[in-house]
Design a protein around this ligand. Structure first.
Ligand code: SF4
Length: 307
């Protein structure tokens, strides 16, 4: 049930163009358009949007439209676009109150958030958002390697990532962090994996969500790959990188490979499932050199676009 996409008229309702895969059944509500940052070299998602905060009355009109159609059906809500906590806290609280008043069965409200935005918000304001019913934040860590964070123009340092995320946890949010396998290319693969594990260990998020880098047309990294200045990781390197990452994790997190870009279905609850997860990686690694079906399955992933 993709609430909205199938039944709401596009002209009467403004949808976030992107959402996490696990929000496929959620009501999608757009409070901003685009990304407040929009500079990450690997990202082409919002390149064609100028960042805008939607007027409060437009957002509230969308809530009323959705409520008139799906009032009792909505259990989860995803709020877009890329960094909703960047709007005024009082406005966000107002939106959350109207959401909960309009959909009595809501169980979860989720948003993307930048670590720097979380770091810049007073703890008291983050708590206000949590108390008003924003429950889960998805933050793009991508890597814990300081040089790589700088190179991809992510914005925060590893220390700022840790501080922003710990503050969100302190405010009571469920925290979901994205990691981008292959982001450092062949050269930085090992350092990327080790340093990412180190930062994740400090944050100990509720969820670690892994994606695999497939440079997308329109991104700086795609242009760098085309010009030969960025060497994309081989399939074997990605497997090795994931092994180093998992080996070095010391967290109590749900580890999820819930994205079409990932080569192998590696999922588990850490620390309990760590050995089984490492065995899974070893099995794929051992099989890969001799299994042409597996090789072509991995290769097909490399052609995916519009991610
Ligand atoms: S990765 Fe996130 S923060 Fe970076 S440009 Fe894309 S949407 Fe913005």
């Amino acid at each position: 049930m993709a609430i909205g996409r199938l039944r709401l008229k596009p002209l009467s309702y403004d949808f976030p163009p992107w959402r996490p895969p696990n929000e496929a059944n959620s009501l999608l509500l757009r409070v901003t358009r685009g990304c407040t940052w929009n500079r990450c070299t690997f990202c082409a998602m919002y390149k064609h949007f100028t960042f805008q905060r939607r007027p409060l009355e437009e957002i509230k009109a969308d809530i009323l439209t959705a409520a008139s159609l799906y009032c009792d059906e909505v259990r989860t809500v995803f709020i877009g676009d890329s960094n909703s906590p960047s709007i005024k806290t009082a406005d966000f609280v107002d939106i959350l109150r109207q959401l909960y008043a309009s959909f009595p069965a809501i169980e979860r409200v989720t948003s993307y958030a930048r670590a720097k935005t979380l770091l810049g918000k007073p703890l008291d304001e983050l708590k206000q958002l949590r108390q008003a019913g924003l429950t889960r934040l998805h933050v793009g860590l991508e890597t814990g390697n300081a040089a790589l964070l700088k190179k991809i123009k992510k914005g925060p340092t590893p220390e700022e990532m840790v501080a922003g995320c710990l503050k969100a946890k302190d405010a009571g949010f469920e925290l979901s962090l994205y990691v981008l396998l292959g982001l450092g290319g062949e050269d930085l693969s090992e350092a990327h994996a080790r340093d990412t594990a180190a930062v994740l260990n400090l944050i100990d998020p509720h969820f670690i969500r892994v994606r695999t880098l497939l440079p997308q047309p329109g991104s700086e990294l795609y242009a760098a790959m085309e010009s030969g200045s960025f060497i994309k990781c081989s399939h074997k390197t990605i497997l090795r990188e994931q092994r180093v990452l998992v080996e070095n994790l010391n967290v109590n997190s749900e580890y999820l490979s819930d994205h079409i870009t990932n080569y192998i279905p590696l999922n588990g609850k850490l620390p309990g499932d760590k050995e089984a997860m490492l065995r899974t990686i070893e099995e794929y690694d051992a099989d890969f050199a001799h299994n042409s079906l597996l090789q072509s399955k991995f290769a097909r992933k490399d052609t995916l676009q519009s991610l």
